[in-house]
Structures are given as C-alpha cells and as structure tokens.
Ligand binder design. Structure first.
Ligand code: A2P
Length: 341
C-alpha cells in the first residue's frame, strides 16, 4: 500500500454485484485513494455511480493492474480465469467473486467471520464463496465449533438477482406479461420463473446434482476446514428479487438445544437471530434485502435424530452473498497487513 492509501479496481463494475461493490466501498469508507471501474469494451466510457459522484468505466485489459493494490472481480468466470493471474503477476491482490478459483488448493476461500486465518496463505488470488454457501457457513461455524456438525441437509430458495441483472428484468417482464394475458418470454431460465419454482441452478452434472449444489457441498468443507462435515443440497430458484433463503437441517456430535443454539448464534459475528414465531417474527428475504447481516430463525430441535436442529437462514445474496463479503475480505487483508505492495 502506498503511503497515501490504496488504489482499488472493481472489475465488472457495470454489473449487479460490481455496482454494489462500489456502493459498499463508499458506504464503509474503504481506505482507497482511488477507485477504478473496469468492465468490457462495450461499457468503456459509460459512467457508474460512486457515492455522490460517478466513475468513468475503463475497459478491462492486461494493462489495467500495473499500479492497482486490490482488485475486486465480479465479471464472470472466464474473465477471472484470464485476468486474475495477470493482475496477480503484476503484484495486485485479487478477490474474485466467480467460481473460477474457489476449489483451487492454492487459493484461500474466505468468509471473514469464519476463516480469516486462511488469508495468510494467499498468493495474490483469493476466492469469494458462492452466495448460498456464505450465509450458511456464517451460521454453521459457531455451532460446529461448539458441538461438531456431522451432517447438513440444505434446501435453498434463491432470488433471481443471483443470476444477474437480466434475470431481475426477466421476472419483472414475466409478471407484467402474465397480468396482461400474454405468454411470458423465457431467456435467462429454461422455464417461467414468475409464480413458479425451478429446482435447477447452474448446469446439471453427471452425478445428477447441479453445479450450484456441488458448490455448496465442496465449498462448505473447504471453508470450515473439515472434510468430515457431510453436506447434501437441493438448490431452487424462486420468484424473489433479492435475498436467498435456506432450510437447513443439521446433525451434531453433541447435543445443542434450540435455546442454547439461539444464545450461541445471537453472540456470533455477522448473525442476527429473529426467532419469535408467536409474534410472526422470522427471517424474510424482503427484510434482509439491503442489509449486511445473516438472519436466522425457526430454530427447532429435530426429534427424528439423536442431535439435530432445523434452521431457516436468510441473507441479501448481492451484499453478504457477494459484494459485501468481497469488501470485507479486502478489509481483513488490510487488518492482517496482507496486501502485496
Ligand atoms: P459489461 O457491462 O461491459 O458487459 P452481471 O453479472 O450483472 O451480468 O454483470 C457482469 C459484469 O461483468 C458486467 O460489468 C460486465 O461488463 C462484466 N464483463 C462481462 N464480460 C467481460 C469481459 N470480457 N471483460 C470485462 N468485463 C466483462
């Protein structure tokens, strides 16, 4: 870091996550002397909001990183595969939001509340986990540390914003079309998403799971640093704009009552317990949208196994699930003095 502060670049600055990254850098007064907005040649010269100001978008090229200390990437896996090594070689530390580097053994996969120590091993590329994984591990971590999680069964209810701005527009357009007695156009998803649920996120694999499901399975073990935590997942797209929800059933080595779980989680970093069903209080995606915490409620003991709990976990997928976690990794790099320059 130069004496005057950091030069920070956001790659994919015109996208849904990139725009949120710029907003969060500003909101949290990230110690940057300069912030650069990078995107494809299509957007060069366009302007994106940055606080009360605007930034002029520059084309992302091989020469974009010579004097950049920290680059936050959210421009798709192919762009990350090509440009993250170039940036890293130029001495810039990359925090990448795509799935391109997450399972690379040389690349730390980090949620600051869970495994900040993993950053120490970085070689200039750090991966931001999948949105659904992030909010789940924030809640699993304190339970795992206390009573040892042996098995997790998760079903997700994921918002369309996780598929980018085009998917947000597709849901809006389909709702409008259906109320006007017209056929809904399906471009982003293979089926109508309005008033529907699609048990299909990302591509299907040979093992009959989707890539999204395998991300949750593999990334959870890597972040918790414990291969013994067995995870199975069903990931579902639902007609919600912002905020992913998850029904999570866990089995633990030792017993944890629902009351103890509430107490434990209410003390844990980044978590807010909202669990008063008598008053109709439980986490909702419409309330989580625009916030920074991971919300947990509907905490119940599962009587069908020796030591089991059911949880309902909700977070803003664009903020904690993506942009906020990436910026928090940047903050943690500064705290641990781990930026390269
Ligand atoms: P652009 O707007 O110029 O296409 P989203 O996930 O919301 O669709 O956003 C994707 C982001 O990634 C956008 O900012 C997009 O820029 C950027 N992007 C996509 N492809 C490239 C590329 N080849 N080089 C740089 N940025 C890219």
């Amino acid at each position: 870091m130069s004496r005057d502060g950091l030069v920070v670049a956001v790659a994919g600055a015109t996208g849904a996550v990139g725009r949120e990254m710029l907003k969060i850098l500003q909101e949290r007064q990230f110690p940057a002397r300069e912030v650069r907005a990078l995107a494809s040649s299509r957007s060069a010269g366009a302007r994106v909001p940055f606080g009360d100001d605007e930034l002029m978008v520059q084309e992302l090229t091989e020469d974009s990183f010579a004097d950049v200390d920290l680059a936050l990437f959210s421009a798709g896996g192919d762009t990350s595969k090509t440009f993250a090594p170039i940036a890293a070689e130029a001495g810039c530390v990359v925090v990448d939001n795509s799935s391109a580097w997450r399972m690379d053994p040389e690349v730390p996969l980090v949620v600051p509340e869970v495994n900040p120590q993993a950053l120490k091993e970085h070689k200039n590329i750090i991966a931001n986990p999948n949105c659904s994984t992030i909010q789940m591990v924030v809640v699993l971590k304190p339970i795992h540390d206390t009573v040892g999680i042996t098995r997790v069964v998760v079903s997700t209810y994921q918002a369309v914003s996780g598929s980018g701005q085009k998917a947000v527009e597709e849901l809006q357009n389909q709702v409008r079309a259906l109320f006007n007695m017209q056929d809904p156009a399906c471009e982003v998803y293979p089926h109508q998403i309005a008033f529907n649920c699609l048990p299909h996120i990302d591509a299907f694999l040979d093992n009959e799971y989707t890539k999204e499901e395998m991300k949750m399975i593999n990334e959870t073990a890597k972040i918790l640093g414990d291969e013994r935590v067995r995870v199975t997942a069903t990931t579902v797209r639902v007609p919600v704009f912002y905020g992913h929800s998850e029904s999570v059933n866990i089995e633990t080595a030792k017993k944890l009552s629902s009351k103890e779980a509430r107490g434990l989680l209410s003390q844990a970093p980044g978590i807010r317990v909202l669990d008063n069903p008598r008053e109709n209080i439980y986490p909702l995606p419409v309330d989580a949208a625009g916030t920074d915490e991971t919300f947990v409620g509907r905490i119940r003991e599962d009587p069908t196994v020796a030591n089991g709990l059911n949880l309902w976990i909700v977070a803003d997928n664009i903020r904690k699930g993506a942009a906020l976690n990436t910026v928090q990794i940047g903050e943690e790099l500064i705290r641990q003095d781990l930026l390269a320059r």
